[in-house]
Design a protein around this ligand. Structure first.
Ligand code: NAD
Ligand code: DAU
Length: 352
């Protein structure tokens, strides 16, 4: 079996759902169920024998050691993290704890487990660490997209914590020989995305008649990757990636934030027109910029294409349509994640 951490979150949840749909190999899913973890995402797996869920922390050494001993996974895929840049600015402590200390603990427990496997099992074993393009810092408009050998220049507490975790993973390979793989991907979007992030926030605010907050001048650029394309890339890297290597994964879809928000508004005008006949774009509001806001991210995804044959299947426009259609069809999932602590976050960050 495989052990997935953070499999009740956005990308981990999509990965688990796709894995179970496409493979007979069972998944052990370890997730702390922070505000970002949601068992509703996994509701369709309730009767599925191939999915075992355990609520717990990657920083809990005894628990991780016990799970490894009991289930004997042939691979660990580490999605567990604090993932929201704005939250890392309000309060970085959880990011240091989970992304750095938690990853350290997981690596240590996995190293001990791996060192006691038979030689063929050791050779087969993989530790796949899921990281981000934000570790590379920010690009000027005319600079080439991030490549695997670019220097690390993280700018936010979140990015710095992910950079630190990547360094630990690299060191556990070089020092101890743990067979690791690292992926650094661009901005994901798609079903089950927690609505603190730009795309789901704008979809839900638009439908609720609320302002659509665009930070600063809205000219920051992100490289958007449909989450199921990302999951397909991760499966490729897991099966065929070269041990010790890093793979950058991106959608070849650079868009300004303002363009993204306007594209959502245009699609919503068509799919769910406002009852008053006005356009959703009238709800756009420019608000104070994010401190230290990175101007541009873009991924050079040629290595994963050339070595492993992976390319994204969705364009930004087709993936966005899938995403909006999913949110329109899943009001129960939305109401489950927009109560309580979510409202507290919105109040804290955007004000009333
Ligand atoms: P998410 O915030 O939606 O989910 C994170 C999951 O991890 C949640 O289910 C949460 O409960 C769990 N978790 C948090 N702390 C934990 C801990 N200490 N122990 C066990 N579980 C814990 O995040 P996501 O967007 O799905 O991102 C997954 C991974 O991909 C992260 O490592 C993130 O840095 C990386 N990533 C995300 C994106 C993106 O666009 N979302 C892009 C690049 C990289
Ligand atoms: O690049 C990969 C990263 O993408 C991941 O590592 C992170 O986990 C993930 O959260 C995401 O980070 P971003 O900060 O790029 O995503 P977010 O959705 O928060 O913001 C996208 C852009 O939109 C960013 O430039 C900030 C802007 N933004 C965001 C919000 C929430 C707004 O203009 N208004 C908003 O209300």
């Amino acid at each position: 079996m495989i052990l997935v951490t953070g499999g009740a979150g956005f990308i981990g949840g999509n990965f688990v759902l796709d894995w179970v749909a496409g493979s007979d190999e069972p998944v052990l899913n370890l997730d702390k169920l922070t505000y970002a973890g949601n068992l509703e995402t996994l509701a369709s797996l309730q009767q599925c024998a191939g999915h075992v869920f355990v609520q717990g922390d990657i920083g809990d050494g005894a628990l991780v050691a016990q799970l490894l001993a009991d289930h004997k996974p042939r691979a660990v895929i580490n999605f567990a993290a604090e993932s929201h840049v704005d939250r890392s600015i309000h309060g970085p402590a959880d990011f240091i704890q989970t992304n750095i200390v938690g990853t350290f603990n997981l690596l240590e427990r996995v190293r001990v487990y791996w060192s006691e496997l038979s030689e063929p099992e050791q050779t087969q074993f993989r530790f796949l660490h899921v990281s981000t393009d934000e570790v590379y810092g920010s690009l000027q408009p005319d600079e080439a997209p991030f490549a695997e050998r670019d220097p690390y220049e993280p700018n936010s507490p979140y990015a710095a914590s992910k950079a630190a975790s990547d360094h630990l993973v690299r060191a556990w390979h070089h020092t101890y020989g743990l067979p690791v793989l690292t992926t650094n991907c661009s901005n994901n979007y798609g079903p089950f995305h927690f609505p603190e992030k730009l795309i789901p926030l704008v979809i839900l605010n638009a439908l609720a008649g609320k302002p659509l907050p665009v930070y600063g001048d809205g000219q920051q650029v992100r490289d958007w990757l449909y989450v199921k394309d990302h999951c397909a890339a991760l499966r490729q890297v897991l099966e065929a990636g070269r041990v010790g290597e890093t793979y950058n994964i991106g959608g070849w879809n650079e868009r300004t934030n303002l363009h993204v928000v306007q594209a959502i508004c245009t699609q919503l005008d068509e799919l769910r027109p406002r009852p008053d006949g006005h356009h959703y774009a009238e709800q756009i509001q420019f608000v104070a910029d994010r401190p230290g806001h990175d101007r541009r991210y873009a991924i050079d995804a040629r290595k994963v294409a050339n070595e492993l044959g992976w390319r994204p299947a969705q364009t930004f426009e087709s993936g966005l349509r899938e995403t909006i259609t999913w949110y329109l069809a899943n009001p129960e999932w939305i109401s489950g994640v927009t109560s309580g602590s979510y409202r507290d976050w919105v109040g804290l960050h955007y004000g009333q």
